[in-house]
Design a protein around this ligand. Structure first.
Ligand SMILES: Nc1ncnc2c1ncn2[C@@H]1O[C@H](COP(=O)(O)OP(=O)(O)OP(=O)(O)O)[C@@H](O)[C@H]1O
Length: 311
């Protein structure tokens, strides 16, 4: 059984087609990443799945059952950590977490221990009596997470939870997500940061313009494309003729010069670096530092769409 089962979802905002016959299938136990640039439809997909938005067409099942706005039994099993921090300014940290937990858990005694656990989980023990405006951006994000997870949901949606947080909070958020997953929650994680998605996700869907472009594990996605290695060589100058010679090498799929370095996308070969350096040496071009790296998810996005994930 898929824990999230979305078929043929269409969502329009007037003339903008935000989701265009979108399918999504997630298995229990996954940390599933939705990766795409701003505006690709990630938040819209989540909000439709959660019935926070109406949609034009499509079928959404959660836990094997049809999801509708009044399926409170299903909503109880779901946690949401929205993109924009959504907490009450007039409530303290503890009161905020308790308020959101109370939407799902009536028993006060039980709630007290759940709220304690959530506070400990996000490391806000020293701030329980603070009001949100006294918290830094990173701590506010952690409060937002605690509000979404205190009721111990089976399925948790995180919508870009690390935007505008410091690296330390970012790491603690990612570790926290993996811990929730280890403790049994299925996670859906949206981001436009490929490094994060690579780091924590068991499977990844690459999205653009409301379409699912490709889905697979990190390795599967990278195996779908021709690029096997990306070479970067620092050079002071490179004329078009020489760039043409590099591009004509049999293992080179594409090459660019940005004023400081030659970058070449190559197939998976053993002589890529020596071939490229050979062309430069023959032409008498002095080289600086040289890098050779396996492909990234940006290469996958680039090869499928013709544009970079991050401009
Ligand atoms: N309320 C709205 N009214 C009109 N258009 C909208 C609305 N919300 C989103 N859109 C449009 O729908 C498309 C998908 O937006 P969405 O916010 O789902 O993308 P996203 O991948 O989550 O991006 P971001 O990370 O910036 O939130 C975009 O073209 C966006 O401009």
């Amino acid at each position: 059984m898929h824990i999230v089962d979305v078929n043929n979802l269409v969502k329009r905002y007037k003339e903008v087609v935000a989701l265009d016959h979108f399918d999504l299938h997630i298995e229990p136990g996954e940390v599933f990443g939705l990766l795409g640039p701003n505006g690709s439809g990630k938040t819209t997909a989540i909000n439709c799945i959660l019935q926070l938005l109406t949609y034009d067409k499509g079928e959404i099942k959660l836990f094997g059952e049809k999801m509708t706005p009044t399926r409170y039994d299903l909503k109880r099993k779901i946690g949401i950590v929205p993109q924009n921090v959504a907490v009450f300014e007039e409530l303290t940290v503890r009161e905020n977490i308790d308020y959101f937990c109370a939407l799902y858990v009536e028993d006060k005694q039980k709630r007290r221990s759940l709220v304690d656990e959530a506070i400990e989980f996000v490391g806000l023990e020293d701030y329980t009596k603070f009001r949100p405006r006294k918290l830094s951006g990173g701590l506010l994000r952690r409060l937002n997470i605690a509000c979404g997870i205190a009721h111990k949901p089976e399925l948790i949606f995180f919508d870009e939870p690390t935007v505008a947080v410091d690296p330390q909070s970012r790491n603690s958020i990612l570790e926290g997500i993996l811990r929730l997953n280890r403790e049994g929650s299925t996670v859906v994680y949206t981001s436009h940061y490929m490094e994060e998605v690579e780091e924590i996700c068991t499977r990844i869907m690459i999205m653009d313009q409301g379409h699912a472009l490709a889905t697979g594990t990190n390795d599967e996605l990278k195996a779908m494309i021709g690029t096997g290695e990306r070479i970067r060589v620092e050079v002071n100058a490179l004329d078009d003729a020489l760039l043409g010679t590099v591009r004509a090498l049999p293992n080179v799929l594409g090459a660019t010069f940005d004023g400081t370095a030659l970058e070449a996308a190559c197939t998976n070969g053993t002589h890529n670096v020596s071939d490229v350096l050979g062309v430069l040496a023959t032409a008498g071009v002095a080289t600086g530092r040289i890098y050779a790296e396996p492909p990234t998810l940006n290469d996958v996005f680039l090869e499928i769409t013709g544009k970079a994930l991050r401009d």
